[in-house]
Design a protein around this ligand. Structure first.
Ligand code: FES
Length: 393
């Protein structure tokens, strides 16, 4: 740095202060539309967007893939394993539901960009039948993406991921497999996929196509729990099967039904897999009676929740075995939710009075929030009458 001299420096500094004051006085209160940082932020996280359904196809006899193309603009950049959040008007209430993206990130960068989700029907906790009955080619729907930490992160994960999946939990791994096959994700992937019968396999053709395109990088092990015709691995996904197909030092990712999560979680502990090497998808929650620590004498009870929104108060009924967020949605009281698994904090709510049970499996609260009585309504259950405060949306 060249020092011009004391007087010149003092003079320069005072001119800068004057110029700064003038710029502030004459500046627009609106954000600069040409701000490149803002443009990048909008590109990555544009918030809620309208998408049009451009294709619907079967992913198995009981699962359907929906393709969404942007009505305007683009599909935001996402990583395999992340999810999209849909805003659905169901029975007069606006519900939000999260679904893992089953298409690959490169498909969102094509000349006609899209993303896809694959939904299994008759899974009571994710309103999938609403999709089946109401969403047709041409339907427009509001969604926001991407969200979630269930993706490969080179600073954290091994470059060989063992994906353990059950049912429609295969979708994030289908996305990873397609991205690897396209040469856009530089990892090896072993998928251990549990189904009841081979006819239940979701995204089977796409998985096989990806495997054939990158046979050295993608390995798929199907495990059938009840299929006499199957001559591969049979039974449940066991420690023996996982050990047999795992390389040394792999990172384990799990996505599947809650009951399978408990099994896999136990196996991971028995195998001594470090916590940072075991990740599970946050979008599926078990029934509260399966969550360790839930006071079983609460099952079947119901309570009153007083909800404060500004100065407005509502009182609703809530069951002890369903999350506070679900009770609000049933009462058509809007609450913003994304992951519905305690991770993202969008449903952050203030507890003014009463007691809640917070799932230890999905307790994503910050330490300070715990101290100050904030909780995540999607993963907390009333165990007394409550008084809570939620933001007006
Ligand atoms: S919706 Fe993500 S923490 Fe509740």
């Amino acid at each position: 740095m060249k020092v011009k001299g004391f007087l010149k420096d003092v003079g320069g500094a005072s001119r800068v202060t004057k110029m700064r004051k003038e710029l502030i006085a004459n500046g627009s209160p609106l954000p600069d539309p040409k701000d490149p940082i803002r443009e990048l932020a909008d590109l990555l996280h544009p918030g809620r967007q309208q998408f049009r359904v451009t294709e619907i196809r079967k992913a198995s006899p009981t699962a359907t893939t929906y393709r969404f193309s942007p009505v305007n603009g683009h599909v935001p950049v996402f990583q395999s394993g992340q999810y999209a959040n849909f805003y659905l008007t169901v029975g007069g209430s606006v519900l939000t539901r999260a679904y893992s993206i089953s298409s690959a990130p490169y498909e969102a960068r094509l000349a006609e960009p899209f993303f896809e989700v694959t939904i299994r029907h008759n899974v009571h906790y994710l309103v999938p039948d609403w999709f089946l009955e109401n969403v047709k080619v041409g339907t427009e729907i509001t969604a926001a993406l991407p969200f979630g930490q269930f993706h490969y992160e080179p600073l954290r994960d091994s470059d060989h991921i063992v994906g353990i999946a059950g049912g429609s939990g295969i979708t994030p791994f289908a996305s990873m497999a397609k991205e690897i096959a396209h040469g856009r994700l530089d990892i090896d992937l072993t998928i251990i996929y549990g189904s009841v019968k081979h006819t239940d396999i979701v995204c089977g053709d796409e998985l096989e196509e990806a495997r054939k395109a990158a046979p050295d990088r993608i390995h798929i092990v199907h495990v059938m729990s009840d299929d006499d015709e199957w001559d591969g691995e049979k039974g449940f996904v066991t420690e023996e099967i996982i050990r047999k197909h795992s390389p040394e030092g792999a990172s384990y990712f799990f996505c599947g039904p809650p009951v399978m999560f408990f099994l896999v979680d136990k196996i991971m502990k028995e195998m001594g897999v470090p916590l940072k090497r075991f990740r599970h998808d946050a979008t599926a929650q078990p029934a509260v009676t399966m969550i360790p620590g839930f006071p079983m004498d609460q099952a079947g009870k119901s309570y009153k929740i007083t909800i404060m929104r500004g100065i407005h108060a509502d009182v609703i009924d809530a069951a002890a075995d369903e999350p506070v967020a679900v009770a609000l949605e049933r009462a058509a009281i809007p609450i913003d939710t994304h992951c519905r698994g305690g991770e993202c904090g969008y449903c952050r709510t203030q507890l003014l009075e009463g007691d809640i049970f917070v799932s230890p499996l999905n307790d994503g609260r910050r330490a300070m929030d715990k101290e100050l009585g904030w909780f995540h309504a999607c993963s907390a259950y009333p165990v007394s009458d409550l008084k809570i405060k939620i933001p007006i949306i």
